[in-house]
Ligand binder design. Structure first.
Ligand SMILES: *Cc1c(COP(=O)(O)O)cnc(C)c1O
Length: 498
């Protein structure tokens, strides 16, 4: 196995090269030249294995230039029961008969980004040893909330790395701010930027592409890398939980071997659901992939019409991690559905860049609609769903997951499809306590921790220690800087001018 770029089939690289490099020179995304297969026999062999062992199996199919010891090292360090608070790592809860919740939020930051960002640092440092002479890796992240914290937790105290996170001064929730400014670890720094997320993002991009900075870094035996969701090292770990979840359903005799299941995913950048598509193509018996969006329903329109159009209003919703108008990982799907047509991909994504839109060919659209169903859900319906599910079965879900539940209900009404279904649950309700509480009651305290206590009293769901212990933690980072000073901030921290 090797990796091509979605915009140039002639590029051919190893896993460690694509993980260190992140994105291809010409702007394409890295994809395996061929998806490995998982047979029924392989799945049977995984049923009685634990999450780490299943992870090792899936990773070994893709990481062509990693050896067994390295893969074991990565998986064992990432998915520990200490970090995830349970042995299953991704527990499966029964919502109704035939409907299950795959809970991906038991990690250190209480959101599903941990599934990839807990292992990425190990994949990256192992890759760097092979492909870039063991250079120290400096990670820069601009964040609107979830990714920054998950990256900090993943990279903290990982040897050979240093991480700096920039967030918009007034653009993250108070819990998210608290999570980041109290971050522990010797190799981490966090800094607020005056302005919005785009300002922080532009600042990071400017530093990434500054040749003077790059040269100075090289002299010090360091290099920049990014932890964003187009890196293959972030997508690959997401395939694991789809394989593992099928094994778990078999093990608990909820399904029989070969029985198809549908998957519903609350979607933003299209990374999570794409991993589900890859799992299906590899051989996991998956039926429909149901793509759930919030009011920013660019993907719903795209899947229904074949026209992608980002020129539209942007809404700030109560499921903020899905407030996205450009879903980067869609490029990988379209590359696959078009029969690995790099010329078409270039054409469509250049058009997206220049005109804000593109339209795919009819045959690709038909394939897309065979695999995917799409729907969206307003904030009002999200809140209603949280309350209804809680009243009906006593299960409390976060705002992102509720979007998926509602879209799944709509899907069932429209299609009468009663295939057993797994809804991917992407965040702990305590991560978005304010909105979750507002769905249940009109009586909301102001203070973060009083809100947490109220929700706990109402639902009896345990408060994750990761969140409750923040209350006592010291703020370590309180710097607020102008966008134009970000480059100096980075240079000073890395002592580039000494
Ligand atoms: C990032 C995120 C999503 C969206 O996932 P994508 O892979 O970007 O589609 C959904 N829910 C939560 C809680 C998230 O943090």
């Amino acid at each position: 196995m090797y990796y091509n770029s979605t915009r140039n089939n002639n590029i051919s690289k190893t896993a460690s090269q694509v993980i260190t490099q992140g994105i291809s020179e010409e702007g394409g995304l890295f994809v395996p030249n061929k998806l490995p297969e998982i047979s029924e026999k392989d799945i049977l062999g995984l049923i009685n294995k634990n999450y780490v062992e299943r992870a090792e199996y899936v990773l070994s199919l893709f990481l062509n230039d990693f050896d067994e010891v390295e893969i074991k090292y990565c998986a064992e360090n990432a998915y520990t029961s200490e970090k995830f608070g349970c042995d299953e790592i991704t527990p499966l809860a029964k919502l109704f008969d035939g409907t299950y919740m795959l809970e991906l939020w038991h990690g250190p930051t209480c959101a599903f980004k941990d599934m990839a960002l807990q292992i990425l640092p190990y994949l990256l440092t192992t890759s760097a040893k092979k492909s870039v002479d063991n250079k120290k890796i400096v990670i820069l992240v601009a964040t609107s909330g979830d990714t920054g914290k998950a990256a900090l937790e993943g990279f903290k105290d990982v040897e050979g790395t240093q991480i700096m996170v920039f967030y918009p001064e007034n653009g993250v929730s108070s819990m998210q701010k608290r999570q980041m400014t109290t971050q522990e670890g010797e190799n981490v720094s966090v800094c607020a930027v005056k302005g919005n997320f785009d300002d922080a993002q532009t600042g990071v991009k400017t530093i990434f592409t500054d040749n003077e900075v790059k040269n100075k870094l090289a002299q010090k035996d360091m290099m920049f890398s990014s932890a964003n969701s187009i890196n293959w090292g972030r997508l690959l770990p997401q395939i694991i939980y789809y394989v593992s979840c099928y094994c778990e359903l078999l093990k608990t005799e909820q399904i029989t071997m070969g029985e198809k299941i549908n998957i519903v995913v609350p979607t933003g950048n299209f990374g999570n659901i794409l991993a589900g598509y890859y799992a299906k193509k590899m051989g996991v018996p998956i039926g429909k992939l149901i793509c759930a969006s919030n009011q920013n329903n660019v993907l719903t329109d795209f899947i229904k019409t074949g026209k992608y159009n980002r020129v539209r209003d942007f809404y700030t919703t109560i499921s903020p991690s899905m407030d996205i108008l450009i879903s980067s990982n869609l490029e990988r799907l379209l590359y696959d559905l078009s029969g690995r047509n790099d010329e078409k991909i270039k054409e469509w994504f250049n058009s997206l860049n220049q005109n804000g839109s593109y339209e795919i060919d009819v045959d690709v659209k038909e394939k897309l609609q065979q695999e995917f169903f799409a729907g969206y859900c307003s904030d009002e319906d999200t809140k209603k769903t949280i309350k209804e599910v809680f009243d009906k079965v006593g299960y409390i879900c976060d705002t992102h997951t509720a979007v998926a539940v509602k879209v799944y209900e709509d899907y069932k009404k429209e299609t009468k499809d009663d295939t057993k279904t797994v809804i991917v649950s992407t965040a702990s309700p305590y991560k978005f306590t304010d909105s979750v509480l507002k769905s249940l009651t009109d009586n909301i305290p102001q203070d973060d921790y009083e809100q947490v206590e109220t929700l706990n009293n109402m639902t009896k769901l345990d408060v994750p220690v990761q969140l409750s212990e923040l209350k006592e933690k010291q703020v370590r980072f309180n710097k607020v800087i102008d966008k134009k000073d970000m480059i100096k901030y980075v240079s000073d921290l890395l002592e580039l001018d000494k």
